[in-house]
Design a protein around this ligand. Sequence first.
Ligand code: SAM
Length: 178
Amino acid sequence: MTTFGHRESLHYDRRATRLLTGLYRRISADVDTTAAPGATVLDLGTGPGKLLAHIATRRPDLTLHGLDLSPHMIDIARHNLTDHRTELTVGDVTDLPYPDASIDLIVSSLSMHEWPDLTAAFSEIHRVLRPGATATVYDFRFARTREIRHSAGRIDRENIRLPWYPVALVTRYRLHTA
Ligand SMILES: C[S@@+](CC[C@H](N)C(=O)[O-])C[C@H]1O[C@@H](n2cnc3c(N)ncnc32)[C@H](O)[C@@H]1O
């Protein structure tokens, strides 16, 4: 069950706008260099959709999808993304409502630490990615570091320092499908 009810989602939306803009900029710059023209990109645990808004502004050619467990977050994301053609869905990362091999790039920010079953989540990520596609998952640096190696298979990790903080607080996990 989601911890983001109506009030928590509104509160997060206001806070995220102020504190996480540097992270959204960094991830959308990564998407800009990774996504091929016209690619289909999925944001897992999209919350209020702020990352998708940054990606849409940089890359209007992409087809964007956002998924979140919380219907309240998805309502806010719909409000935040009115100008953009983005498909938003209430759903669980362990049971993705997308066909096999249908997504070119998956991103996720600060959500993985809440996923109930990492093995099921990464199995679904592998299923929906096209062969040769990439998933990049950004989360707090020390969140589930060991568990992710067991669950995700071969995965590269890099600690990310954002401009506003002197040490790296976020880790980027990157996996490629065969
Ligand atoms: C801390 S918020 C991060 C939101 C957004 N990615 C951001 O960076 O602003 C974590 C989000 O992950 C979502 N979430 C948690 N578990 C999930 C799951 N199993 N499936 C889909 N979304 C999930 C929560 O509902 C919440 O919106």
